[in-house]
Design a protein around this ligand. Structure first.
Ligand SMILES: Cc1cc2nc3c(=O)[nH]c(=O)nc-3n(C[C@H](O)[C@H](O)[C@H](O)COP(=O)(O)O)c2cc1C
Length: 160
């Protein structure tokens, strides 16, 4: 995703975070916090948190998904599932507003913690970069390289 330099109004960013906030979660526990970043220098620094996070550097905003750092593997999975739903909600809300988005996985947790200042018992695995696309035609294009429906859909049982 290539972003234009046009900035996102704060109320639009709020609508995107609100969509994340309203996502369903296991037992409605809502184990998440969303750190909204719009400062240009901060975004450039955040671009170093992952090997494929460079797009944060050209985004006009980012939302870091911050979740509890659970010791229990099952709880970690459950939190990650919920965080995924909140992430997708935010991305769909952005799309609706004509705003493009991309995931950025955190590889350097130490740097992410330093830049985002979340507490020791929390973690950040993913940020969403946001911006108006340089080429608005991306909204017309179908998703690329998806497995065909007939390959992933089954009827009643996996073996049919
Ligand atoms: C959990 C997760 C982590 C991802 N991490 C990155 C990332 O670090 N950098 C990146 O550019 N894209 C990342 N992506 C985006 C995927 O690569 C992308 O959704 C997929 O390749 C499909 O591309 P499309 O959505 O542009 O069609 C991530 C997606 C998910 C679901």
């Amino acid at each position: 995703m290539r972003f234009s330099e046009r900035t996102i109004p704060p109320e639009e960013l709020d609508r995107i975070v609100d969509a994340a906030r309203l996502a369903p979660s296991s037992k409605n526990e809502q184990r998440w916090a969303f750190v909204v970043c719009t400062d240009r220098d901060h975004l450039r620094e955040l671009a170093h948190v992952g090997d494929y996070a460079g797009h944060l550097g050209s985004a006009t905003a980012a939302i870091a998904i911050v979740t509890p750092n659970a010791a229990d593997a099952e709880e970690r999975e459950s939190i990650a599932f919920d965080a995924g739903q909140a992430t997708e909600n935010a991305m769909l809300a952005a799309w609706e507003l004509g705003i493009g988005s991309s995931h950025a996985s955190v590889y350097d947790e130490v740097l992410a913690r330093e830049l985002l200042a979340y507490p020791g018992d929390m973690r950040c695995d993913v940020l969403i970069s946001l911006g108006y696309p340089a080429d608005p035609a991306i909204f017309e294009r179908p998703p690329r390289d998806r497995r065909p429906l007939g390959e992933v859909r089954h009827h009643e049982r996996y073996d049919q």
